[in-house]
Design a protein around this ligand. Structure first.
Ligand SMILES: Cc1cc2nc3c(=O)[nH]c(=O)nc-3n(C[C@H](O)[C@H](O)[C@H](O)COP(=O)(O)OP(=O)(O)OC[C@H]3O[C@@H](n4cnc5c(N)ncnc54)[C@H](O)[C@@H]3O)c2cc1C
Length: 319
């Protein structure tokens, strides 16, 4: 057990490191717990990120940690947070090595994990031919043969967007019903509709690209990119342990941690959220922005507590 940090940040991804920069520069003693790989680790490059377009995911985080080195107020420690308890001003975070750390404020920046469907070859191609976000990876497969994989209800919605990157587009459903009105629209737009589900994904590991999608009925479809949004789960269970409320976001198929839209404080006082773990359009740029903002709001909260404590002590002395 060490003495108390002003803030402990769970997760040394883009959001966590960005928050640490703001807190460190505000001279707040901050500990960042680095639990391992970020969500985009399977991708070769990060895109659509101001001044860092094309940087590999691990390099991006290396640069983020390097920026923190000059602030003696910030420490980054390897370790997975396995538990959290306490209340505003006095949280205890336990680590996988059995150690514990104390914090006045807690930031959950542990992100989301994409739950891979039970389709052979899917996980191997995730981020290298199978993508969740066209803004991140659409340019690299623009005008190539692409596919959308979604539930019957969502297929038209996804096609509407992905068509922007390629007109050589097919749609595959997970076997659930496509509304008649959407079938007509897909037909009118010349987007072939296949009733899935997908049986196997074939990809070229060396070239790191998708080659073929095989459906359960044996149909082979040669494609170079597949856009789909698998369900997500919170990467850490800390919000649940602390009793933070979550909300389900249908579009992301994900439970995100509820928070004040301004300060990003969760429903548990003193616990904040940044990045994918909370509600935002999931991207590196937004993770940077939310981390930066939450770092400022945690500082505000700490300053407020300090002033209140100082005023209380002055009143006591005068009495
Ligand atoms: C394949 C893929 C490619 C992507 N490409 C792009 C792209 O090109 N451009 C873009 O803008 N967005 C991209 N994204 C989205 C982007 O990765 C996320 O929006 C971003 O990583 C969110 O940052 P974060 O810090 O919230 O979470 P993360 O980056 O996931 O970081 C969270 C960190 O917390 C750690 N952690 C988890 N649990 C614990 C714990 N208990 N204790 C300690 N640490 C813990 C994790 O190991 C991780 O390092 C991509 C996503 C995927 C899936």
């Amino acid at each position: 057990m060490t003495d108390k940090y002003d803030a402990v940040i769970v997760g040394a991804g883009t959001a966590g490191l960005s928050a640490a920069l703001a807190l460190g520069r505000a001279m707040r003693r901050t500990l960042v717990l680095d639990g391992g790989a970020p969500r985009n680790a399977s991708a070769d490059h990060s895109h659509n990120l101001f001044t860092r377009d094309g940087v590999p995911p691990d390099e991006l985080l290396r640069l983020g940690k390097r920026d923190l080195e000059k602030y003696e107020t910030v420490a980054v420690r390897e370790g997975v947070a396995t538990g959290a308890s306490g209340a505003d001003g006095g949280f205890t975070v336990t680590l996988s090595d059995g150690d514990s750390v104390l914090a006045r404020k807690l930031l959950i920046a542990s992100g989301q994990t994409d739950v891979m469907p039970d389709v052979p070859g899917f996980a191997e191609a995730w981020g290298r031919g199978i993508y969740h976000c066209p803004f991140c990876h659409g340019w690299e497969v623009r005008e190539r043969p692409l596919a959308v994989y979604a539930s019957g209800e969502m297929v038209m919605f996804r096609v509407t967007l992905i068509r922007n990157w390629s007109r050589d587009l097919i749609a595959i459903t997970d076997g659930t019903e496509v509304p008649d009105k959407d079938r007509k629209k897909l037909d009118a737009l010349g987007v072939p509709l296949y009733e899935g589900p997908i049986f196997v994904i074939e990809s070229d590991a060396e070239e790191r690209k998708l080659t073929c999608i095989v459906l359960e009925d044996g149909t082979d479809i040669e494609r170079e990119g597949l856009f789909t949004n698998p369900p997500q789960r919170q990467s850490s269970g800390l919000a649940e342990m602390l009793g933070c409320e979550t909300e389900y976001v249908e579009m992301m198929q994900s439970h995100v941690i509820s928070a004040d839209p301004g300060t990003r404080e969760t429903t548990v006082k003193g616990v904040f959220v940044a990045g994918d773990a909370g509600k935002m359009m999931q991207s590196l740029a937004n993770a940077v922005a939310s981390g930066c903002a939450v770092g400022a709001f945690i500082t505000h909260a700490l300053c407020g507590d300090d002033v209140a404590a100082e005023l209380a002590s002055l009143t006591e002395k005068r009495a």
